[in-house]
Design a protein around this ligand. Structure first.
Ligand code: 13P
Ligand code: SF4
Length: 304
């Protein structure tokens, strides 16, 4: 069994030897973020995956993210270090359910949050992430839109674009959705005017009371520009690592103990090492599904 130093050394050695790059989401464990070549939100990671010249991408995140990387870089080997690191929200709608929904609302465009399967993306008109959802919906000519699978992000978008009617699917993030608005009230009571920054996957009553709503990287950028010295963070706790590292003189408090994503926490250094050594678990997507999903993802990249 290798110790931490040996693991880090071996990961770096294998990375060079195999021309691999490690991408990590902002929610990953601190030690995984530290070994990564790039850490970011879903949109930034998609862009990186589309651009990289590496032969292998080790994707430290959840399945739909690695799948998106495969769609953008079909000739590269995409590895997900833990095979069952999934996003439960992505499984809250499947392609059969989406087809039924489309039948119920014919000729209405479908906007699909990137937290979804490749098959569902392929059956949608355009994708979005939490950082560009408002712009993506605004870009559509139609005044009625179907938004899947996150009802909370959908409601947030609807509030920003009141002139459009947005029909949301009933999916949600099991971590963000657990945050209660009375937790926010308590923070306000005890910490006064402190800025509360939340992810749009939180429920509408939480989002409504927050000072800033944005993707993980938008929250990180907000903090780096703000003059305040203390913040309450309403998204998954993994983000605290970057925030604290980049802002050593600022203080951060987690809005709720619910803000932990067990799937994002599955990936450890041992898994990254094994992924590189044995080249597992390779993500494969059916060619036709990949082509259809790529259309929706490319349209999104064009807009954002
Ligand atoms: P971001 O795109 O904001 O990083 O969000 C991804 C995610 O899964 C949030 O729970
Ligand atoms: Fe999915 Fe929520 Fe985890 Fe993000 S935090 S990956 S939406 S379960």
């Amino acid at each position: 069994k290798l110790n931490t130093q040996e693991l880090i050394h071996e990961i770096n050695r294998l990375k060079k030897e195999k021309k691999a790059i490690i991408l990590a989401h902002n929610y990953q464990r601190a030690e995984v973020q530290d070994i990564a070549d790039f850490v970011g939100d879903s949109l930034e990671l998609s862009r990186k995956a589309a651009k990289t010249k590496a032969d292998i991408i080790v994707f430290c995140g959840v399945h739909f993210m690695a799948e998106s990387a495969k769609i953008f870089s079909p000739d590269k080997k995409i590895l997900l270090p833990v095979y069952d690191a999934i996003c439960p929200m992505a499984d809250m709608i499947d392609v059969a359910q989406l087809r039924l929904l489309k039948k119920e609302f014919p000729n209405i465009p479908v906007v699909c949050y990137i937290n979804s399967s490749a098959e569902v993306k392929g059956e949608s008109d355009i994708c979005c992430t939490s950082s560009n959802a408002v712009n993506v919906v605004k870009s559509l000519d139609e005044d009625k839109v179907l938004f899947i699978p996150d009802r909370n992000l959908g409601s947030y978008v609807a509030k920003q674009i009141p002139e459009k009617e947005i029909v949301c699917w009933d999916g949600f993030c099991i971590s963000h959705n657990r945050v209660r608005s009375d937790e926010l009230d308590m923070v306000r009571k005890h910490r006064g005017k402190i800025k509360i920054l939340v992810h749009p996957e939180c429920s509408p009553d939480v989002v409504e009371k927050a000072d800033f709503v944005g993707s993980t990287s938008q929250i990180i950028k907000y903090v780096s520009k703000a003059d305040e010295k203390e913040f309450v963070i309403g998204t998954e706790m993994g983000i605290l690592h970057s925030l604290e590292h980049q802002n050593p003189h600022k203080k951060f408090y987690l809005l709720s103990p619910s803000l932990i994503c067990s799937n994002m926490k599955k990936t450890r250094l041992e898994d990254v090492y094994r992924a590189l050594k044995d080249e597992i678990y390779e993500i494969k997507v059916d060619k036709d599904i990949m082509a259809a999903a790529k259309k929706s993802l490319d349209l999104m990249l064009k807009i954002s």
